[in-house]
Design a protein around this ligand. Structure first.
Ligand code: HQG
Length: 181
């Protein structure tokens, strides 16, 4: 992605996941914003962004962070929200037996004690494979990969969702379902 598109992608993450108020807007209950309103408000408030750039980011983002509504008029983030009242209305989905979480050593004592917590986000994010979890952990330093016994969690009544871009989401992973390296 070129610099301009990366900048637009980061701006869309800010607005569609965390702080729509920076351009004076509110996400609807399922996290959508009207694309024309988004562009008009962003430009009014000093962030130059065009419809073409928005479409290019949505289409080319490797992680498919954003989705267009069926009618093409609205856009939302597929996961990663911290805005409290967004409900993506994803169907609960049976997870594979094992999922993975990439983190860093400094968090391990706390994770052993409390399990995986959502922290500032609306869900704990889990990866379907070690490679993806390694990338996630690498954002913070030398990655440490935890295996999550998702099958047992599911049997125990924990609910899982799969975002449109393949990230597994759940509310909390208690320590007994985690395997540490
Ligand atoms: C850690 C990116 C202490 C957790 C990525 C993580 C992902 C604890 C950090 C997505 C803890 C939270 C999400 C506990 C969890 N004690 N630390 N009890 N429980 N942690 O960023 O999973 O590029 O909110 O291990 O690729 O790192 O934004 O979550 O290190 O998909 O699209 O607390 O963000 O995607 O960090 O990343 P985050 P995450 P995007």
């Amino acid at each position: 992605m070129n610099t301009n598109l990366t900048r637009t992608s980061k701006f869309l993450s800010l607005v569609l996941r965390h702080r729509p108020e920076v351009i004076g807007l509110r996400l609807d209950a399922e996290g959508w914003l009207d694309i024309n309103e988004l562009i008009a408000s962003a430009n009014q408030r000093g962030t130059a962004i065009t419809l073409e750039q928005l479409h290019e980011v949505v289409a080319t983002c490797e992680k498919r962070r954003f989705a267009l509504s069926d009618d093409g008029l609205r856009v939302r983030a597929n996961q990663g929200h911290s805005v409290a009242d967004v409900e993506l209305n994803l169907p609960s989905t049976q997870p594979p037996d094992q999922l993975f979480h990439g983190t860093v050593a400094v968090f391990l004592d706390s994770i052993r004690e409390q399990g995986l917590r959502r922290r500032s986000r609306n869900h704990v994010h889990l990866s379907a494979d070690r490679e993806t979890a390694t990338k996630v952990g690498s954002r913070r330093g030398v990655p440490v990969i935890l295996a999550v016994n998702a099958g047992e969690m599911n049997d125990a009544g924990h609910v899982f969702y799969r975002s449109a871009n393949g990230v597994w989401l759940t509310n909390h992973v208690p320590p007994r379902f985690l395997a540490f390296p």
